[in-house]
Design a binder for this molecule. Structure first.
Ligand code: 5AD
Ligand code: SF4
Length: 445
């Protein structure tokens, strides 16, 4: 079997940034095993599909992608399904898609090398355990990074049990990674060329730990520790729950220049009765109060959110409440989704599931408003000078794409620049999704 000599691998990520992080860690582990990443267009012997189960569409896409995985000679590469579909569907996956060799959940992917060995012997390999010992203890140390902006998972899992959400079931209970592991990993990333770190967690602002002196710390304390790492220029975190926005974290936004003026704080709905049915455990007013205090601490902060339209029982009046909370907040950008019933969640069996037509129509109205706000946010940056971190090359000759502190993309064309440079630009024009600017100066590293 050609599968016995898996040498090249490819990891395909679906869904959230946690999967991007997990995908990077799996890649680093496979490289440690002597394999190498397949370049674009190159055939892979092992394909890892790092899946997402949050909405039906994301979960179904995996199966159609599996069906298309063929080598040039018509044989199948070794296929590993990782991530949240693996956790939720387990053995069912290889029943539905017999070409799948390995199924590995998000808490077990450090065992991938052993699972590959099992699969090489012709057996199906399955590991969806949620072991108490952490995968982080056995993963190899971080390698030199290709990009200047890196993710760092600090917290995983969720204890909130919003009634629509699979995360508490697929990612398990909330755990916080230890302080010293995180500070060490952040230093390793910076040594490997990283200038911006985004701290990740399903409930990142619920992170708790003890510093090296044994004192209790929250996310603000961890951010303050990372702030001291020379060479690290920008710190972000996502995703937060409104109830875990402590005063200390809010104040950190006003006090730590490296902490970027951007906050992703999902509200999901502007209607109190829907928030209650969602088990969000915050109200419209308590959410707005958090935003008021965040803006007091950091007046220029850009706000982002997540919205679900068409939750069971959502009336036109409930939906209008969501539009009005958006008008009141003025988001710089946001993510919005049609409610998708997920097996095993309480909302999936609630009465009053809405029709697709109602959901489509509401989503269109909501997105029109969010797009308008995003464009307005972009327009008010025109004429301003700001720093951008160059993250990738653009499509045009000599073009680079960088991010502002507010996470907007800026296109610039300038000679002698490199990815990872921090440059000052004058913003000249604003489109709905990005800005264009001129180099005003390079900032000494
Ligand atoms: N249907 C639609 N959207 C969902 N989300 C989570 N679960 C569902 C669901 N069942 C959205 C929420 C969450 C984001 C990551 O995905 O808005 O914040
Ligand atoms: Fe899901 Fe709610 Fe937890 Fe977010 S807070 S991961 S939406 S259960």
């Amino acid at each position: 079997m050609t599968q016995a000599n898996s040498k090249k691998f490819r990891v395909k990520n679906y869904g959230c940034q946690m999967n991007v992080y997990d995908g990077e860690r799996m890649s680093e582990m496979l490289v440690d095993q002597g394999m190498s990443g397949a370049s674009d267009g190159e055939e892979a012997d092992l394909v890892v599909l790092n899946t997402c189960h949050i909405r039906e569409k994301a979960a179904e896409k995996v199966y159609s992608d599996i069906g298309r995985l063929r080598k040039k000679d018509g044989s199948s590469p070794m296929i590993a399904v990782a991530g949240c579909v693996a956790q939720a569907e387990g053995k069912e996956i290889s029943r539905r898609a017999p070409s799948v060799n390995i199924v590995v959940g998000p808490q077990a992917y450090h065992r991938l090398p052993e699972l590959i060995d099992t699969a090489k012997s012709g057996k199906k390999a399955l590991d969806t355990d949620m072991p108490t010992a952490s995968k982080f203890d056995v993963l190899p140390t971080r390698k030199k990074q290709a990009r200047p902006s890196a993710f760092l998972t600090v917290q995983e899992g969720c204890d909130k049990f919003c009634t629509y959400c699979v995360v508490p079931y697929t990612r398990g209970a909330e755990i916080s990674r230890p302080w010293s592991d995180l500070v060490d990993e952040a230093k390793a990333l910076v040594d490997g060329g990283v200038k911006e770190i985004t701290l990740l967690g399903q409930n990142v602002n619920a992170w708790t730990g003890e510093d090296r002196k044994g004192a209790s710390q929250g996310l603000d304390g961890l951010i303050r520790a990372l702030d001291k790492i020379g060479g690290l220029e920008r710190i972000r975190y996502t995703t937060s729950h409104p109830n875990d926005m402590t005063d200390a974290l809010i104040n950190a936004h006003g006090e730590i220049p490296k902490l970027m003026p951007y906050l992703h704080l999902p509200v999901q709905s502007g209607s109190n009765s829907i928030l209650k049915a969602m088990n969000r455990s915050h109200s419209r007013d308590s959410y707005l109060d958090v935003l008021r205090r965040v803006r007091e601490a950091r007046p220029d902060i850009a706000l982002s959110g997540d919205f679900i339209v068409g939750f069971p029982g959502e009336t036109e009046a409930d939906f209008e409440d969501t539009l009005s909370i958006i008008r009141e907040t003025e988001y710089s950008q946001a993510y919005s989704f049609k409610y998708s019933p997920r097996p095993g969640t309480p909302a999936a069996t609630m009465d009053n599931q809405l029709s697709r037509e109602v959901m489509d129509e509401r989503l269109q109205r909501l997105q029109a408003l969010l797009n308008e706000q995003q464009h307005d946010f972009n327009k008010q940056l025109v004429g301003r000078k700001t720093d951008i971190l160059l993250e990738r090359v653009g499509k045009l000759e000599g073009q680079f794409v960088g991010k502002t502190p507010w996470l907007t993309s800026v296109h610039i064309v300038a000679p002698n620049l490199s990815i990872g440079d921090m440059v000052s630009v004058d913003i000249e024009s604003a489109g709905p999704n990005s800005l264009a600017g001129q180099l005003s100066e390079r900032i000494a590293a």
